[in-house]
Design a protein around this ligand. Structure first.
Ligand code: WA2
Length: 281
């Protein structure tokens, strides 16, 4: 292969990779905006009205009907901020106990068999899911603060007022790695320059969306019908020395590699798309 052909291949690979990265990023951004507006919907019609205009039936119907607005998501849910002082009253009112995400036998949790889940041990506060899209109904009643990734997201979301992303982890009832996007819901109109402390105090709950990355990226690439030509990998590169693969098969080195940047809107996480030709020339 001469220099000109090599250069041509490099340009082709770069263009294909950038196009795919941009498509993934744009779709993610579309769904992020819609999840944000769902958080405002819950704030307005659940916390802002007495009696509330939202119950599980309404939330389930609305989120199912608007699922097309949230590309790449596998489901959305709403968890309430429950201080320990009102736990008993909360559990009585809902007719179930707040469940813990982690147990001795992790397989029970993964399969999400509600009657096998332990009640959440005593904590200062909890984040039980009260509303869910049908696709993630298995997380209703689970304390989202009892899972490491979900907890970190909740703490960061409510202190910042921004949409925040977890690192990739194995979602409940799924065999795939995924990420969760969280927006805090506040029960007061906060000034844009509110302090983290004021934000935490005004927090009413957490609106979250889960992304089953492998199946959703697969869908996207299928539409581009180029799976024969290039192999695509997506990494969380937040920790540059230990990237986490979120999408793609075993990496086979075919010489040429192009890396496209991915911006999923949370500045504290970094992502990259890596593309290779499947065949050597
Ligand atoms: N949603 C779906 N599957 C999960 C999951 C999750 N979290 N965590 C583990 N598997 C209600 O940020 C609040 C959603 C958490 C939101």
């Amino acid at each position: 292969l001469n220099k000109k052909d090599i250069l041509g291949r490099e340009v082709t690979l770069a263009n294909m990779c950038d196009e795919r990265a941009r498509m993934l990023q744009d779709r993610f951004n579309v769904s992020l905006n819609h999840v944000h507006s769902l958080a405002i919907l819950v704030s307005t019609f659940h916390h802002g009205k007495n009696p509330s205009a939202i119950d599980q039936k309404t939330f389930g119907l609305y989120t199912e009907r608007t699922a097309f607005e949230r590309p790449l998501t596998s489901g959305v849910a709403y968890a309430l901020k429950v201080p320990h002082s009102v736990r008993e009253q909360f559990e009585k009112q809902h007719g179930w106990t707040i469940k813990k995400m982690e147990t001795e036998d992790q397989t029970l949790v993964q399969d999400c068999i509600p009657e096998k889940l332990d009640p959440a041990p005593i904590q200062d506060e909890y984040a039980p899911v009260i509303f869910s899209q049908e696709t993630v109904s298995h997380i209703v009643s689970i304390d989202m603060m009892s899972g490491k990734e979900d907890r970190e997201n909740i703490l960061r979301a409510r202190a910042s007022g921004k949409g925040v992303l977890t690192s990739p982890f194995k979602l409940l009832k799924s065999n795939h790695l995924g990420v969760v996007l969280t927006f805090a819901v506040y029960n007061a109109d906060l000034a844009a320059d509110a302090t983290p402390q004021q934000r935490v105090e005004a927090t009413a709950g957490y609106l979250g969306a889960s992304y089953d990355v492998p199946s959703l990226v697969d869908q996207l690439l299928q539409q581009l019908a180029s799976k024969q030509t290039i192999s695509v990998h997506v990494y969380d590169t937040t920790n540059a020395s230990a990237p986490i693969k979120m999408y793609g098969d075993e990496v086979t080195d075919t010489g040429m590699l192009h890396t496209s940047n991915l911006d999923f809107g949370d500045p504290s996480r970094k992502h990259e798309m890596h593309c290779r030709f499947k065949q050597k020339p």
